[in-house]
Design a protein around this ligand. Structure first.
Ligand SMILES: Nc1ncnc2c1ncn2[C@@H]1O[C@H](COP(=O)(O)OP(=O)(O)OP(=O)(O)O)[C@@H](O)[C@H]1O
Ligand SMILES: [Mg+2]
Length: 330
């Protein structure tokens, strides 16, 4: 096969790889990646989550920390070193597979530093190379990126077609976005198809148009005018966030459990000791559903405008379905 058709196949396979990026910590990268992938998987889309974080919060949010699934990032490290296809852990939820992060990713940075010295920035293509053979098995792939780590973020940006950027509306979140814009521009030198899917305001307690306007102005300064922006914001909900990480459950899963718990007076009468789940989970799950619909709409629009990825045409027999809002789990 010619190099051109090998590259085309690789590009097709990676057409729905979404890097969830912001240089600033604590702006919702992991929460957004986990909840979107979880909701899409619940709706029947085959999803893969890749964790590039040493602290591996995805393992907490999905509840597989210290289980047999949790290889601490050893599989990802091994694939990059050997150049062999990633081997995701299957079915952390129905239709949802993961490539774990964790402490073993410490060793990825020195490996990449050495490769960069020998091969230049093209070395960053390695994540895409080991992902492409398996990416074609999935409808959507999300890469949860770490904060403040240029090498791991550069790996993700070289593999992804899309960047989804959560931000908080404070100064730190906005500065983090500007730093990503620089890395985004560099990544496009080796991955010219990379595009901004959209920015989403996370953990916001305000609907103030001044706050939103300032965030939007920062995005446009960093990524250019008419930068895509999600209308949906993810509301500030501390108790739901704590329930999620403590129990290893996603917002829509907590929503179901919160609705099923007995009324507080019945719980009192029955002497139920377990802490009560916050009913706010329903609102947060609704935010992620609305964001999911926007993400699908944006992808669908882009794929209608350009040629459909050959890999998906072949695999599915039908073109990409487009948004199926009603199918996202309630
Ligand atoms: N809707 C929410 N409202 C308020 N806090 C939230 C919400 N969802 C999650 N959180 C909390 O916000 C914090 C940051 O979230 P998250 O871990 O998703 O951010 P991150 O960008 O991935 O952080 P890091 O850069 O450290 O990986 C966590 O403590 C999480 O529990
Ligand atoms: Mg994170």
């Amino acid at each position: 096969m010619s190099k051109r058709s090998v590259d085309r196949r690789r590009d097709d396979a990676l057409a729905r790889v979404i890097a969830v990026v912001n240089d600033k910590g604590g702006v919702g990268k992991t929460s957004v990646a986990a909840n979107l992938a979880g909701q899409f998987a619940g709706a029947g889309y085959r999803c893969l989550l890749i964790d590039l974080n040493r602290q591996a919060n995805l393992a907490d949010d999905l509840g597989f920390r210290a289980t047999a699934v949790d290889d601490l990032g050893a599989g990802l490290l091994g694939s990059v070193i050997a150049g062999t296809p990633l081997e995701p852990a299957a079915d952390v939820r129905p239709h949802l597979d993961v490539v774990c992060g964790g402490a073993r990713l410490e060793d990825l940075t020195p490996v990449m530093v050495s490769r960069l010295q020998h091969h230049g920035r093209g070395a960053f293509r390695v994540l895409g190379d080991v992902l492409a053979p398996v990416a074609a098995n999935y409808d959507l792939v999300f890469v949860d990126c770490p904060p403040e780590s240029t090498i791991l973020t550069d790996l993700a940006l070289a593999a992804a077609r899309w960047v989804l950027m959560p931000t908080r509306s404070d100064v730190g979140g906005l500065v983090g976005m500007t730093l990503v814009a620089d890395r985004f521009a560099l990544a496009r030198e080796i991955n010219p198809g990379l595009r901004l899917l959209g920015v989403v305001l996370f953990g916001t307690g305000t609907r103030s148009s001044a706050v939103h306007g300032e965030a939007r102005a920062t995005v446009e300064k960093a990524f250019g005018a008419r930068s895509p922006w999600f209308e949906t914001t993810i509301r500030h909900a501390e108790r739901t966030a704590q329930d999620a990480r403590r129990l290893g459950k996603l917002a829509h899963e907590l929503e179901i459990e919160a609705a099923a718990q007995p009324a507080w007076w019945e719980a009192l009468r029955m002497d139920v000791k377990a802490p009560r789940l916050s009913p706010t989970a329903a609102g947060v799950a609704g935010d992620y559903r609305a964001l999911g619909v926007e993400v699908l709409t944006a992808l669908h629009g882009a794929e209608q405008a350009g040629p459909a990825p050959a890999a998906n045409r072949l695999r599915r027999g039908t073109p990409w379905q487009g948004p199926r809002a009603g199918a996202l789990p309630h």
